[in-house]
Design a protein around this ligand. Structure first.
Ligand SMILES: NC(=O)c1ccc[n+]([C@@H]2O[C@H](COP(=O)([O-])OP(=O)(O)OC[C@H]3O[C@@H](n4cnc5c(N)ncnc54)[C@H](O)[C@@H]3O)[C@@H](O)[C@H]2O)c1
Length: 331
């Protein structure tokens, strides 16, 4: 029997990962924890959890906050997981300029509690979410894991760099293995309403202009949700016996933001979610943003034979179809 604890299990990536792990192996048991923050509509989080009920007793959900040390200890003591996947965090770059406390609470205090719990309840493999944001403004593209991380452009990025440093120190001092995964802009069905493709969709349905930052002169390595969860599952299943590792998980193919929007519009039109293309409004770069992300996928490929499989059109088609099914054609 494999016992996996996923934090942030009601989140976009957490719920999709739980579904994958439970579908792939009938001997896997997942405990999910999440505090169901209202950073975006918690109804979407509850819907994701509802779908996980189909796995019966192999999925258990416990509501709670990873910044609550006693809660984390209690869960670890009762579950005794082989692997902890820490996805709970305050996500989003721009919000970290408005609500920095949320980042200190979940990403620093919460992460520290997870490390302490892994220390107390070893042997355990800690797999945790980092981000392409750690590469900041100066890293040379395509981004490789051995780049120096000296120019975080936001507090969000700084918390993720801190997580990597904290995990390294704990693995080194207390002997439990940890693997940090730097995700590159994840998109897909049941995604996050705060992310650009989702917000663009809402604006298009409302007949509003799309607000495009840095005059559209941005490159993003958009990564489809299934490619992300497949990568995480590989890392969990292969395990790691000691030390700390960091891997990028991304498509490895940066796309110009305007090309991304073209494909999004095509697929929303095709799915009947919108009836016409929107107008576009070009705005300057936003504080906290970086002009480019581009994933070098070589390390994960060499170690696990991992390659992302989903092209942008296929991924956005799946998003558009899901959106129509969830919200109908009038949003
Ligand atoms: N989606 C992306 O493009 C992307 C890119 C890079 C990194 N990441 C990282 O991946 C992880 C998962 O991201 P996501 O896109 O699924 O985000 P998400 O917001 O959908 O999921 C995170 C979940 O964590 C929960 N949470 C937040 N603080 C908590 C706390 N203190 N205790 C318990 N639960 C808490 C939230 O309620 C939410 O359900 C995050 O660590 C995020 O920073 C995501």
């Amino acid at each position: 029997m494999k016992k996996i604890l996923i934090t942030g299990a009601a989140g976009f990536i957490g719920a999709a990962l739980a579904a994958r792990l439970l579908s792939e192996d009938k001997d896997t048991y997942v405990t999910g924890i999440d505090s169901l923050t209202d950073y975006y509509d918690p109804a979407l989080k509850r819907e994701r959890l509802e779908e996980l009920k189909t796995f019966g007793e192999r999925f258990r959900f416990i509501k709670g906050d990873i910044a609550d040390r006693l809660f984390v200890e209690d869960v670890m003591r009762s579950v005794r997981p082989d692997t902890v996947v820490n996805l709970a965090a305050q996500a989003g770059v721009r919000y970290s300029l408005i609500q920095p406390e949320a980042y200190m609470h979940s990403n620093i205090t919460g992460f520290y509690n997870i490390l302490e719990a892994c220390r107390s309840y070893s042997p355990v493999h800690l797999v945790y979410a980092s981000s392409s944001s750690v590469y900041g403004t100066d890293a040379k593209a395509p981004f490789r894991e051995d780049a120096a991380l000296l120019t975080p452009a936001s507090l969000y990025a700084a918390t993720k760099i801190s997580n990597e440093a904290m995990a390294k120190a704990y693995s080194h001092l207390f002997g439990f293995p940890s693997t940090g995964l730097r995700f590159f802009t994840v998109y897909g069905p049941k995604g996050r309403p705060d992310m650009a493709y989702y917000k663009f969709t809402i604006r298009m349905i409302a007949g509003e202009r799309l607000q495009i930052y840095n005059n559209g002169d941005m490159l993003r390595d958009f990564t489809y949700i299934d490619d992300i969860t497949r990568g995480i599952a590989l890392v969990i299943n292969e395990g790691q016996s000691e030390g700390s590792e960091i891997y990028n998980i991304g498509a490895g193919q940066p796309v110009k933001l305007l090309d991304f929007i073209d494909v999004l519009e095509d697929e929303l039109l095709e799915a009947g979610v919108i009836l016409k293309r929107p107008e576009r409004e070009f705005l300057p770069m936003q504080p906290g943003d970086v002009p480019e992300t581009w994933c070098d996928t070589g390390k994960l490929e060499k170690r696990f034979g991992y390659k992302p499989e989903t092209d942008l059109r296929t991924g956005l088609r799946a998003f558009a179809i899901w959106y129509r099914e969830r919200y109908g054609t009038d949003g």
